[in-house]
Design a protein. Structure first.
Length: 72
């Protein structure tokens, strides 16, 4: 996964799937493309690239509640 691109990892969504991800704490939205498998941490559904997390305004912990839907 390229940390500078607007990408994400998901366990089962097909590569190339575009998702609109919303930070539930501040309302910021970004569209990412699935290009990797993961996350492999219990309780996580989606791993975002550093660039996508930055656009969503994540705090230093690197984790926050988001919701996502197909962007197509």
């Amino acid at each position: 996964m390229n940390p500078a691109a607007l990408t994400a990892a998901h366990r089962s969504l097909p590569f190339g799937t575009r998702l609109r991800v919303t930070n539930r704490h501040n309302g910021k939205v970004v569209t990412v493309t699935i290009n990797d498998r993961g996350p492999f941490v219990r309780g996580r559904v989606l791993d975002l690239s550093r660039a996508a997390a930055r656009r969503l305004g994540f705090v230093q912990s690197g984790q926050t509640a988001v919701c996502f839907a197909s962007a197509e």
